[in-house]
Design a protein around this ligand. Structure first.
Ligand code: AMP
Length: 416
């Protein structure tokens, strides 16, 4: 029969890699709790409209990458390609804007995009991210960006570059988009078919195109930075001055527009040392209009999302110390009931115990203890049980001795 394999672009994560994942998750929760973030978990699927309305109909994500399906009730649902829209939806629906303070959320979980799989790019991947609602000051943008940057440093990820830009607001962006459309129109035949459509629908997305010819042409187009209104310009200067005060170095990238439409003003990205499409480690920005767009009030928002597979790829090899277990072996099957009881007793005391049953022969059991990488093996034989003793064997130096049964717990505690 043909084997069933995992869908393209997905990965099984198991031991010992899972230890790196747990370590990363714990570090995320620890680091960001000092900023007052609280964890939120939203459904893995949402009504498709949530994403088309927030991310934008003309974005790559909505156009090409969503896993959308119709359920048995005839609803169009989509596996979440990102989490900001869901967090905003949840906050509006549960009236969190009135109930919680501070309004700072953190999430960790899988996202789904029909992307072209390669190293560091998957169809099911994981992001952690944060969102802050209701705060407008540019220093908040600076603090958020600095926290993202510093977190990567604490993970040991070096040689990163922080790129920042302002993508304007509903006051200055439409004027700029008109200019951009006019300029792009002049080169229409030279753009790819996708970009030709974007000229009409959403010319800002031309900057996302990966086709080399289009990228070349994009360099000739007018940039939003030159057209910002006074408020956006002031905000952007404020963000930079905040970053300067914090001693964070950054590069202004006037072509950084981010792949999601909801951004306003601040947009930023942190890219990793080595080149390639997968060097984007995290990205985010301000999305002041999104909450209103999704039916909430005039509440501002800002956040970022980081790709966890990419962080793990860039983190220096961090050997995880794993707690080694205690293996219980028996001389013959008659000692199995005693083994069963001892395993329970030790687990109740907090030890990791590896026990197997029905294996004939001590020699076989000792081999299995080795393969299970146990630190200590306890051996129960008829004589030991009768004398109230147990044989303990240290697996690292193979030294073996007998100790009193009642001394076992204190002895094991000392071994750690
Ligand atoms: P975005 O939500 O597009 O702003 O992406 C934020 C971060 O998620 C990126 O900087 C990447 O680190 C990560 N990311 C996005 N798409 C993928 C993917 N298909 N596979 C792995 N990581 C991804």
């Amino acid at each position: 029969m043909e084997k069933i394999i995992a869908p393209k672009g997905t990965k099984d994560i198991f031991h010992p890699d899972i230890l790196q994942w747990r370590n990363l998750e714990e570090r995320i929760l620890g680091f960001f709790s000092s900023y007052g973030y609280r964890e939120i978990r939203t459904p893995l699927f949402e009504h498709s409209e949530l994403f088309s309305r927030s991310i934008g109909d003309e974005t790559e994500v909505v156009q090409k990458e969503m896993y959308t399906f119709v359920d048995k009730g005839g609803r169009s649902l989509t596996l979440r390609p990102e989490n900001t829209a869901s967090v905003v939806r949840a906050a509006i629906e549960n009236q969190l804007f009135n109930r919680l303070s501070p309004l700072r959320f953190l999430y960790i979980g899988p996202m789904f995009r029909y992307d072209k799989p390669q190293k560091g790019r998957y169809r099911q991947f994981h992001q952690f991210g944060v969102e802050i609602f209701g705060e407008d000051h540019p220093f908040l943008d600076a603090e958020l960006i600095e926290s993202a940057h510093r977190f990567l440093t604490t993970l040991g990820i070096r040689n990163t570059e922080l790129l920042i830009n302002s993508v304007g607001c509903p006051v200055c962006r439409p004027l700029y988009l008109d200019r951009l459309r006019q300029a792009a129109e002049g080169h229409r035949p030279d753009f790819c078919a996708d970009c030709q459509r974007k000229i009409d629908k959403n010319p800002l997305r031309i900057f996302d195109c990966k086709v080399p010819g289009c990228r070349e042409l994009a360099r000739e187009l007018p940039l939003l930075g030159e057209e910002l209104c006074d408020e956006c310009r002031e905000h952007h200067e404020g963000v930079k001055s905040g970053l300067d005060s914090l001693g964070v170095s950054y590069r202004e990238d006037p072509m950084l527009v981010r792949g999601l439409d909801y951004y306003q003003r601040t947009a930023f990205e942190i890219v990793g040392g080595h080149e390639g499409a997968q060097n984007a480690l995290l990205g985010g920005g301000r999305y002041n209009g999104l909450i209103r767009e999704l039916g909430g009030g005039d509440v501002s928002g800002i956040g970022f999302a980081a790709g966890m597979e990419r962080l793990l790829l860039h983190m220096p090899g961090n050997e995880q110390r794993e707690e080694k277990g205690i293996y219980i072996a028996y001389q013959s099957l008659e000692q199995m009931p005693e083994t069963l009881k001892m395993a329970r007793e030790l687990r109740e005391e907090g030890f990791t115990v590896l026990s197997e049953y029905g294996v004939k022969g001590l020699k076989k059991l000792m081999k299995r203890a080795d393969r299970a990488a146990a630190a200590i093996t306890l051996i129960l034989g008829e004589e030991e049980i009768a004398a109230g003793r147990v044989t303990v064997k240290s697996m690292s130096d193979q030294k073996q001795s007998q100790i009193e049964r009642k001394e076992l717990l204190p002895w094991l505690r000392k071994q750690n």
